[in-house]
Design a binder for this molecule. Structure first.
Ligand SMILES: Cc1ncc(COP(=O)(O)O)c(C=O)c1O
Length: 337
């Protein structure tokens, strides 16, 4: 089918283009501009201490972010999130576990709030996958994204994305690659495009891609990474995320008690319901120097995050490791900041 467009801007060229694209995409993923959610979703509620991978893509996507400030103890009670909602808020985007404090949000409560208010729920699970159970379907969450190289221990370079079917069907995917098309459409550079030939060349526009999350796997995968992820998932499934979380919470309670006895103050409450495998405490001096000294002199690995020393415990750690860390802090003379 050929479309002819008038050469001046007052002619109704745009509706014809949209019609052409809509026809080209009939039965396949929506094309850009045909998104019924765009008008509804302008403002997203998030947390002030989020990792930037939650916030920057949304800011870059021209969404308005509404932020919730943490309480003095580092917590984000559900009531504070609810109070910060405005009539403009269309979604909530949070990390299930906060990287700079270890605070784990009330997922059940948040999901219920989103269902009650008709809000989309976007979960960054980078610091939760492999540590805490996240029932994407059961929660009725809308989006979930996370990396494989943290608690999942699946190596670098791959990650996971889940999109609620309803959104997948009604929202255009932001990009397409050669593997985004149907299998029978592969290897055809202009598949499903409208084409207008002229003596010097031709003009092509529009295509059709699959309406599946895997259409976002745009090209050849990171196969080594995917095998690593697969092996890591098998390991985690054998242990069970409920077991892992219970182990970590118990160990964090011990760690935090001993740290508090020494005057250190964790930047999130010692409450099992909001604990993860992360504890961050302020130290005297540059936390990065403390991290270096701990690994160089005492062979204890920590991280500098959230303005302090981040101490992480996973399912393979024991109370002996906690004691070893504390002895290392004593030996190095690390003081609360
Ligand atoms: C939610 C979230 N938190 C934290 C991080 C950074 O992790 P870390 O502080 O362990 O380097 C990332 C990086 O991908 C992330 O997506």
């Amino acid at each position: 089918m050929n479309y002819e467009f008038a050469s001046d801007n007052t002619a109704p060229a745009i509706p014809e283009i949209l019609t052409a694209i809509a026809e080209a995409n009939h039965g396949a993923a929506l094309s850009y501009g045909a998104d019924p959610w765009t008008d509804r979703l302008r403002e997203v509620l998030t947390l002030e201490t989020e990792f930037p991978s939650t916030t920057i893509p949304l800011l870059y996507g021209d969404l308005v972010l509404r932020g919730v400030r943490p309480r003095a103890d580092g917590s984000y009670p559900l009531a504070d999130l609810e109070a910060a909602l405005t009539p403009e808020t269309g979604a909530v985007a949070v990390s299930v576990v906060q990287y700079a404090s270890g605070y784990r949000v009330d997922l059940e409560g948040l999901a219920q709030l989103c269902r009650d208010r008709g809000l989309a729920l976007c979960l960054n699970v980078a610091q939760a996958l492999g540590l805490a159970p996240v029932d994407f379907a059961g929660l009725g969450a809308t989006f979930l994204a996370g990396t494989s190289h943290k608690w999942l221990m699946g190596g670098y370079g791959v990650g996971v994305l889940a999109i609620k079917k309803e959104w997948l069907e009604s929202t255009p995917l932001p990009m397409a690659g050669w593997l985004s098309v149907q299998a029978q459409d592969q290897w055809q550079p202009f598949v499903h495009a409208e084409r207008d030939d002229d003596p010097e060349g031709f003009t092509a526009w529009g295509t059709r891609i699959r309406r599946e999350a895997s259409a976002l796997e745009l090209g050849a995968g990171s196969f080594a990474g995917l095998h690593g992820l697969n092996a890591a998932l098998a390991l985690h499934e054998a242990v069970g995320s409920t077991t892992t979380l219970a182990h970590d919470v118990a160990l964090q309670l011990e760690l935090r008690k001993r740290l508090r006895d020494r005057g250190f103050v964790p930047s999130s409450p010692d409450v099992p319901a909001t604990l993860s495998g992360i504890c961050v405490v302020k130290v005297q001096g540059d936390p990065q120097e403390v991290v270096r000294a701990l690994v160089r002199d005492e062979r204890v690995v920590t991280t500098a995050r959230g303005g302090g020393l981040r101490i992480s415990t996973h399912v393979y750690n024991t109370l002996d490791d906690v004691e070893r860390l504390l002895a290392a802090l004593d030996t190095l003379g690390v003081k609360p900041g």
